[in-house]
Design a protein around this ligand. Structure first.
Ligand SMILES: Nc1ncnc2c1ncn2[C@@H]1O[C@H](COP(=O)(O)OP(=O)(O)O)[C@@H](O)[C@H]1O
Ligand SMILES: [Mg+2]
Length: 278
């Protein structure tokens, strides 16, 4: 992987203006022991096409729930959600949404390229095995796994397994990638490598990416905008644009814009954690 990234051509001011994911007044209630528990409340969110945004907030505040609402896995109790102008369930059927979770969930009896081709073959009955494998091979190259096509999941490191999972989602060529703490189980250095890999993919493909993360560094390094969530019920308490210039690379961490955003996010998260305890 190269260490430096150009400003993606899709990321010009005019082209990121189109709304791609729109949430209005979204609330989610879970019923536990006959008591209604409002987990998300009054969420308004616009994610523009080709943007990279992060959701950050204390553990248990509703980040995964919000991502599942965007993915059509949870229907909101109130409010509306559209992805590319469609209800999320329809956007999933149209293969506009790709999902990546903390666990790679590869099939252990299939090798890397079979795993990377798997979703495409399930989703598209008309695709030939050869075409699916061509596409999977290209996606494995994109995630830096050229040469590992025949390796079994048990022969791959955690980071490499997560790269295969990413390739598997990218093989569907979704417009939107929804990622829930995808690097959460990896060590610090592997996380940084994966961040670089993800930025490069974003640059090359122009996908709209929504990333849920615990990590302030990860959110600042990767995103153009960070939405900070509070708890009980979870609302977006602040939206912070990240004025860290591109290309982003190892030097970005020392940039005053990085430090300023990190400081602001840390303050907001401390506030948010304190409220969670009361
Ligand atoms: N299916 C469910 N039924 C009941 N409560 C749930 C369900 N899913 C999540 N919750 C609750 O909703 C809250 C938010 O969960 P989650 O979205 O997973 O938080 P986060 O991803 O920020 O850690 C938590 O209190 C969790 O216990
Ligand atoms: Mg979660």
């Amino acid at each position: 992987m190269t260490a430096a990234f150009k400003q993606p051509p899709e990321q010009t001011a005019s082209s990121v203006a189109a709304p791609h994911i729109v949430l209005r007044g979204v609330a989610v209630d879970f019923v536990l022991e006959r008591r209604r528990n409002r987990v998300l409340d009054a969420i308004d969110l616009d994610v523009r096409k080709g943007d990279f945004v992060s959701l950050i907030g204390p553990s248990g505040c509703g980040k995964s729930t919000l991502l599942k609402v965007m993915a059509g896995l949870i229907s909101p109790s109130e409010g509306s959600v559209t992805v590319a102008g469609l209800a999320p369930q329809h956007a999933v059927k149209a293969r506009l949404i790709g999902l990546v979770f903390q666990e790679a969930t590869l099939l252990p009896w299939k090798n890397a390229i079979e795993n990377a081709a798997f979703l495409l073959m399930v989703a598209d009955g008309a695709v030939s095995r050869a075409a699916a494998f061509d596409r999977a091979a290209a996606m494995l190259r994109l995630v830096g796994l050229e040469g590992a096509e025949k390796k079994m999941p048990s022969q791959l490191s955690g980071g490499m397994r997560q790269r295969v999972a990413l390739a598997r989602s990218l093989a569907l060529d979704p417009e939107v990638l929804l990622m829930d703490e995808p690097f959460g189980a990896l060590d610090a250095i592997t996380r940084e490598e994966m961040s670089e890999c993800l930025l490069e993919i974003w640059e090359r493909t122009g996908k709209t990416i929504v990333l849920v993360t615990h990590s302030i560094d990860e959110a600042v390094y990767l995103s153009r905008e960070v939405h900070v969530m509070g708890a009980n019920p979870a609302r977006i308490i602040e939206t912070l644009p990240i004025h860290l210039p591109f290309p982003r690379n190892g030097e970005s961490y020392a940039n005053p814009a990085f430090k300023a955003a990190e400081h602001r996010l840390r303050g907001l998260l401390i506030e948010s954690h304190a409220k969670r305890r009361t």
